[in-house]
Design a protein around this ligand. Structure first.
Ligand code: HEC
Length: 186
């Protein structure tokens, strides 16, 4: 399978640094008052099971609550400024990452649900490694060559364990009969 996080593309470690700095400059010029990306590769946080050099998919830490503390710490450090503290409070700059699994969570068939989550995992990994650009503007800096996959997957595990608030309902809906009711929290 070829996905954007394939080892072939991941070899661009050294080339990524100038691009990252340029991206950061663009982000600052664009007025995003968010966290700067550290320029050096980070070690695997202590306590996370090592995953080796091949990129894993789906998230190898899924349903391993013990990785969440390390994920939370990394999230606060790298993502919270733009995506909201504790992944609880969406802020203007970045989307609410808890909502990424919304569609998958509603699937009843467990095999289908697993496939759906794997697709979201791939999108998550790609987003973090490559960052986000629109019309040449860096909306989110890339973390390729900076964050090891252990950190990225621990962040994903942390975020997906956060509760998503139920969608807003109209005040005059009949009690219990709301079509707009959220799926029950996990
Ligand atoms: C400088 C601000 C900034 C930082 C820091 C940042 N992001 Fe983002 N991120 C954004 C913005 C803005 C978007 C939406 C960009 C777009 O859609 O074009 C985004 C989009 C995403 C998406 C896609 C979400 C979707 O709904 O499509 C993921 C996944 C993501 N970020 C993960 C992360 C993670 C994990 C971190 C920390 C390692 C992080 N981001 C750090 C600003 C940031």
């Amino acid at each position: 399978m070829s996905h954007p996080a394939s080892p072939a593309r991941a070899t661009g470690r050294r080339r990524a640094a100038p691009a990252r700095l340029a991206g950061l400059a663009l982000a600052l010029a664009g007025g995003l008052a968010c966290a700067a990306t550290p320029a050096t590769p980070e070690p695997v946080p202590p306590g996370l099971p090592p995953l080796g050099s091949d990129w894993q998919l789906p998230n190898p830490y899924r349903d391993q609550p013990e990785v969440r503390a390390a994920g939370a710490a990394a999230y606060e450090r790298h993502c919270a400024n733009c995506h909201g503290e504790g992944a609880q409070r969406p802020v203007a700059e970045g989307p609410d990452l808890r909502r990424l699994n919304g569609f998958c969570q509603r699937l009843v068939d467990s095999a289908l649900k697993a496939r759906c989550l794997k697709d979201v995992d791939a999108y998550f990994l790609e987003s973090v490694l490559d960052g986000k650009r629109r019309a040449g503007m860096v909306h989110m800096p890339p973390w390729r060559g900076v964050l090891p996959q252990e950190t990225i997957w621990a962040i994903r595990s942390f975020v997906e364990a956060r509760r998503v608030p139920p969608p807003r309902t109209l005040p005059d809906l009949p009690p219990g009969g709301a079509v707009l009711r959220a799926a029950p929290p996990r």
